[in-house]
Design a protein around this ligand. Sequence first.
Ligand SMILES: Cc1cc2nc3c(=O)[nH]c(=O)nc-3n(C[C@H](O)[C@H](O)[C@H](O)COP(=O)(O)O)c2cc1C
Length: 53
Amino acid sequence: MEAGHAAQNVYLQAVSLNLGTGVVGAFKDDEVRSILNMSDEENPLYIMPVGKI
Ligand SMILES: Cc1cc2nc3c(=O)[nH]c(=O)nc-3n(C[C@H](O)[C@H](O)[C@H](O)COP(=O)(O)O)c2cc1C
């Protein structure tokens, strides 16, 4: 639920800055964890690319 709340704020901030965003929930958790140097106790839940539209 908290990830959803945070994601909504990213959507709202993107709109206010005239940027686009979206949520991606399907990815390889281990590869994301490795690229972002996350510990094994951290779990990636969402990826939200933000960019000009
Ligand atoms: C919880 C959640 C997870 C999502 N995960 C993915 C995903 O892994 N891959 C994907 O292409 N779209 C995913 N979507 C959908 C996209 O965020 C987006 O809404 C969809 O691609 C339609 O985009 P469009 O309106 O620009 O065509 C997800 C949406 C939600 C709500």
